[in-house]
Design a protein around this ligand. Structure first.
Ligand code: KIV
Length: 262
């Protein structure tokens, strides 16, 4: 898979599946799965480090997680998030951040928004760095929304997201994550673009879907967004395994003779 395959999938009307990943162990599992692409999301700050938002993800944190994922992910296509403000300090600084992430093993970078950093998106795309856009709810702007809220509910707001999506396509983005918009808005924007949309809480009309891996695996004890389906009872499975280990240790049945060196 490469960025051009995203376009091909859209032309052939094949849905794209993506998940987030932040570590080597899960990257190894994903490498053997049919999933089309992996996002080393700045959600690592929340999911892996317990921060309240993605604003705490910096370039160094993203580099470490990208390297860990890239070590295990081959042959999967790996996208890494450009962290908070890293693409707002001028083209040179943004190119330096992208270089860190790409040399850490990413095959593309994802950037939230478009207005005010068009030059960065265009320069990266023209430099051979595939750029994935991110519109709708942009988690790095959480404080300007006053919370994680559905975007594009009014006609004006929907048109504004559609305008930004068209602009991203013009600037050379190869795909756009659409987060938390009404399904009708997701569908309308998807139909208006030549590049694919990857939805998260943006309805079934998008060209693909992405979920945070821990949400998909039902491992999130604190947070259950409406759009996230658990395909596994991760909390139950992990809790059960830990209780069985504890019981076996306390009953003296672990380790057994076979699990002991002579
Ligand atoms: O960082 C992340 O997990 C993301 C997804 C919500 C798409 O950007």
């Amino acid at each position: 898979m490469c960025s051009r395959d995203f376009l091909r999938a859209k032309l052939e009307k094949r849905k794209l599946s993506m998940v987030t990943c932040y570590d080597y162990t899960f990257a190894r599992l994903l490498s053997q799965s049919p999933i089309d692409g992996i996002l080393v999301g700045d959600s690592a700050a929340m999911v892996m480090h317990g921060h309240p938002s993605t604003l705490s993800a910096n370039v160094e944190l993203m580099r470490l997680h990208t390297e860990a994922v890239a070590r295990g992910a081959a042959p999967k296509f790996v996208v890494a998030d450009m962290p908070f403000l890293s693409f707002r300090k001028g083209v040179e600084a943004a190119l330096d951040t992208a270089a860190v992430l790409m040399t850490a093993g990413a095959h593309a970078v994802k950037i939230e928004g478009v207005d005010g950093h068009e030059d960065v998106i265009q320069r990266l795309a023209q430099s051979g760095v595939p750029v994935m856009g991110h519109l709708g709810l942009q988690p790095q702007s959480v404080h300007s929304y006053g919370g994680y809220r559905v975007q594009g509910r009014s006609e004006d707001a929907a048109q504004e997201i559609a305008r930004q999506a068209a602009r991203l396509e013009e600037l050379g983005a190869f795909a756009i994550v659409l987060e938390c918009v009404p399904a009708a808005v997701g569908e309308r924007i998807t139909e208006s673009l030549g590049i694919p949309t990857i939805g998260i809480g943006a309805g079934g009309g998008c060209d693909g879907q992405i979920l945070v891996l821990q949400d998909l695996l039902g491992m999130n004890v604190d947070f259950h967004p409406k759009f996230a389906r658990s395909f596994l009872d991760g909390v139950g499975s992990v809790t059960n395994a830990l209780s069985r280990f504890d019981e076996a240790v306390k009953a003296g049945t672990f380790p057994s003779k076979e699990e002991t060196y002579s």
